[in-house]
Design a protein around this ligand. Sequence first.
Ligand SMILES: O=C(O)C(=O)C[C@]1(C(=O)O)C=C[C@@H](O)C=C1
Length: 247
Amino acid sequence: MPTEAVADLELRAAVPTDLPAVAEVYVAARAAAVPAMPAPVRPEAEVRAWVSGWDLSRHETWVATSGGAVVGFASLTGDWLDSLYVLPGHARGGVGSALLGVVMGLRPQGFSLWVFEQNQPARAFYAAHGLLELESTDGSANEERSPDLRVAWPGAEPLAFLRAQIDEVDDDLARLLARRVALTSAVQRHKPVAGQAGRDPEREHAIADRMARHAPALGAARLQRIVHTIITESLEVDAAADGSEGS
Ligand SMILES: O=C(O)C(=O)C[C@]1(C(=O)O)C=C[C@@H](O)C=C1
């Protein structure tokens, strides 16, 4: 939350000559955020060179200036807010909120970003501005190998935004279910007793327990019911393909 407003704050689209100052903010803000953020994995010089070389038609970047100097920036690619950083000496002065306001104006249909799980100050900042934590990962897909969360601003039409997200997840889920059905079918060819008669409750419990480690919010008992239904339906698909039973 702002404590003291930054003097003569101005917000404008970045031009290429801003990029070395933007890089400076990036490096300084990330270094100051340890341990709220994992330690940077790339040398500072490499990060500076990377940011300084951004193609601004792809990395849509806005800067916040005070007294003409860049004190913060926000950078978007598509519907992703890749970075929003404020110079440590200007933190909590409303710069971050002002930049986030610009981004909301640029993407009224909503946008997403990744935040490290351990970055409680950033998570609190985004939550205070109405952003939602929609997904968590174990960090295996990011450079820092640090658990993170996908946070989204659902925009001016939250129902449409969230339904679009549901459609994306359901597309993935359908592909996963198809893969799983194929495996359930294949396994049946290797069992002495196949199909419903050959169900193995112990194995199904173990599957649900394993899934609960990835989805603790659902819990093992609920996952057992879900797994039971998935397997029942999968075995029906298999039986129907065999031409012996099912609908
Ligand atoms: O592992 C087996 O024995 C299977 O038949 C596969 C499977 C599954 O789809 O995961 C299906 C039925 C059993 O009750 C347990 C697991």
